[in-house]
Write a protein that binds this ligand. Sequence first.
Ligand code: C5P
Length: 227
Amino acid sequence: MKDDKRNYIIVVAAGSGSRYGGDLPKQFCDLRGRPLLMTTLERVHACAPDADILLVLSGSMLSFWREICSVLGFGVPFREIEGGATRAHSVRNALSVIDPATVGWIAVHDAARPMVTPEMFARLADGLPGCSGTIPVVPVTDSLRVVEPDGSSRSVDRSRLRAVQTPQLFDGKKLIRANDRELLPTFTDDASVMEAAGYTDLRLVEGDPRNIKVTNPGDMDIVELYL
Ligand code: C5P
């Protein structure tokens, strides 16, 4: 029987990127003469060329983005989705156009992580059968402290902690179901939405320390070096 399941990559790019500074949100800042987002889309497309890309953008960036795609002849196919108030709402807007009856897997990826690789994607895909989702993680290298509201702080055992990256890969039907609930401000990634909905069988796979999220000034120089 023919497998008519459709797979999707949601790229969330509707944030304002306020920590990065500058006039443009970080995902539109220059990387080798064009917006960083173009590198992310090309590299994520190379990971799974048959998957449909849903690109979530804020309405205010739409005309800038369309214009620059047309000027540079950007060739990666994608469908535009309007962003929401938070990252989780942006993901939910993208999920609303997916038919649960035919969905296979769904990957969700931050636009500001251009260093995703096919090797890492393969690790996520290989780990997915038999669980609800696969999450790329890396060990934490800094020492960490928890800060209390009164300003006091204490150290924590970093050996048990992992830093979480994207793309995260999910059973599509379960991700859609998990998002059918109140979206809390603590949902900073999709694994946390899944977990809150009871899908706790998420498998951790090895991420990549180079797969950084461009967040602070200087991060773009690091990405440039890696490329
Ligand atoms: O702010 P943070 O770096 O955690 O955002 C992670 C990703 O989520 C970014 O790629 C950002 O563009 C996206 N985002 C979004 N819609 C929002 C807020 C963030 O698509 N409302």
